[in-house]
Design a protein around this ligand. Structure first.
Ligand code: UMA
Length: 465
């Protein structure tokens, strides 16, 4: 357990007591702090009490002696206005930070921080594999599931900590400084938490704010926002692109992924060697290669790692085929842009049309960007969840619309409408919405989708690829 001794004998508050909050409490307690903790949910408060925190409503905490407030990523700093506890902490002089900032004070070794609206998890997991296969000590965590504070005790000098970082986590950093920082793309997401798209982009940009000339910033040259960040960064910039050849950097040329540096070129791999589908995944691979090179990974080993790397669970994951109709689970597509990327990835294939399962808790972003691809490539939209009416009003007339009550219904109706003739349709779960109206998480949504697909395969008795 880490010892956050900087807070020994001081009072520290932790608000939000899920994975990040509980992990922060353990660290703070190990360092001798008096920890006060609160969460609006009683069940999580009981767990915090079990870790030795004093669980009292935050209004009753001893604010006069409170050194810091540790906020969980899921607690908004400012939306719709400063969260009451945040305002109170600032008024009383307590420093407001997140568990990422706290962990970064004690993490041993170097840090790669990876952010982006989409592709973070795949890029983080792949970068971790690349380093590992190159013999570089590494551990992986952050938004991918392991709170940064839980990584401190297993961190070592000479090791790389590969962190998937969300805008939520970056909102509360102060001194956090990644040695290598990667920005994949910035497209509208989480607009239920940010007033403006520029607020969301600004949160992501914070990843680079403490970098120095000794650090590396890896940016997507094709993305309007991340490419605009090139000027003004202190770090050494490394670019990647799938749309054009770069004078320096990593890019796609035909089906080859190429690195060009100081006038010489090397083909790092080809699309045919990758198990990941879609241009967005080429971007993820280029970003991972750039990060690997920045950490000293060898090109041959990187090529071998990508050859053996399969999609991360819930990201365009092939579940099975029923009567030749392939079912893809992209439950992690919780934004319109992620759904667009999934559609693009499948639209280039020889299969027939796509039956798309959409819906859940909307994020206040327009669905209109999907309209064109839906019109040309989607046979039917099967709508679930809270935002179904809104989706229907924005996309009606683009494809047949079918309503489903739950995931079982959605899977069965999708299969019923799918073409099973010579050119077989594919069914894609890529909801463009958060899952919380019907499920605990996108992971649970994906699990239930997969189990319903497997049940259908069992009842059809013809699961096959
Ligand atoms: N809470 C309150 N009052 C409030 C708001 C929240 O009491 O007004 C409480 C909730 O009841 C809950 C806690 O605060 O108990 C919030 O916890 P959390 O959502 O931060 O949950 P963690 O388990 O700590 O998970 C967080 C990340 N969650 C979010 O960013 C929403 C996880 O990312 C991350 O894996 C984990 O830390 C470890 O780093 C998940 C996520 O959905 C996967 N991320 C978003 C995304 O990928 O789109 C950004």
């Amino acid at each position: 357990m880490i010892e956050v001794t900087g807070f020994r004998d001081k009072a520290v508050g932790v608000f939000g007591l899920a994975r990040s909050g509980l992990s922060a409490i353990r660290s703070l307690k190990a360092g001798g702090a008096s920890v006060f903790a609160w969460d609006d949910k009683e069940s999580t408060r009981l767990m915090a009490a079990g870790e030795g925190a004093m669980t009292e409503p935050w209004e009753r905490w001893p604010w006069a002696k409170m050194a810091a407030l540790i906020l969980s990523p899921g607690v908004p700093l400012t939306h719709p206005e400063p969260h009451a506890i945040v305002r109170h902490a600032r008024e009383t002089g307590a420093e407001v930070i997140g568990d990422l900032e706290l962990a970064s004070w004690f993490l041993q070794g170097e840090i790669i921080g990876i952010t982006g609206a989409n592709g973070k998890t795949t890029t983080t997991a792949l970068t971790g594999h690349i380093l590992k296969q190159s013999g570089i000590p590494v551990q992986v965590g952050g938004n991918i599931g392991t709170p940064p504070a839980s990584m401190v005790k297993t961190s070592r000098a000479g090791q790389w900590n590969v962190l998937e970082l969300s805008s939520f986590q970056l909102e509360t950093i102060v001194d956090f400084r990644p040695n290598v920082a990667v920005a994949l793309n910035v497209t509208p997401n989480h607009m239920d938490r940010y007033d403006l798209f520029t607020d969301y982009a600004a949160a992501k940009h914070r990843l680079f704010m403490n970098q120095t000339a000794e650090d590396v910033a890896i940016l997507n040259a094709d993305d309007e926002i991340t490419s605009s960040w090139v000027l003004g960064l202190k770090a050494h910039v490394s670019l990647f692109s799938t749309s054009r050849e770069l004078d320096e950097g990593l890019f796609m040329r035909g089906r080859e992924l190429v690195c060009r540096a100081q006038g010489s070129e090397k083909v790092l791999t080809t699309r045919d060697e990758m198990n990941l589908r879609g241009i967005h995944n080429v971007q993820n691979v280029l970003a991972s290669f750039a990060a690997g090179l920045a950490c000293g990974a060898g090109p041959e080993s990187m090529r071998e790692t990508v050859r053996n790397f399969n999609p991360v669970e819930h990201r365009l994951e092939l579940v099975t085929a029923v009567e030749g109709v392939k079912f893809y689970n992209d439950s992690k597509a919780t934004s319109v842009d992620a759904t667009l990327k999934a559609l693009e990835a499948l639209a280039g294939d020889e299969e027939g049309q796509i039956v798309l399962i959409l819906g859940g808790r909307g994020k206040n972003a327009p669905y209109e960007p999907l309209a064109e691809l839906i019109k040309t490539r989607v046979r039917a939209l099967v709508l679930i969840g809270e935002d179904a009416d809104n989706i229907e009003s924005q996309l009606k007339g683009r494809a047949e619309i079918i309503r489903a009550g739950d995931m079982k219904d959605a899977v069965e109706k999708s299969f019923a409408v799918a073409e099973k003739g010579e050119k077989k349709d594919v069914v894609l779960l890529a909801p463009a919405c958060a899952s919380f109206d019907m499920f605990k998480s996108f992971e649970q949504r994906g699990e239930i989708f997969k189990s319903e697909v497997n049940a259908l395969a069992g009842s059809a008795g013809v699961a096959s690829f």
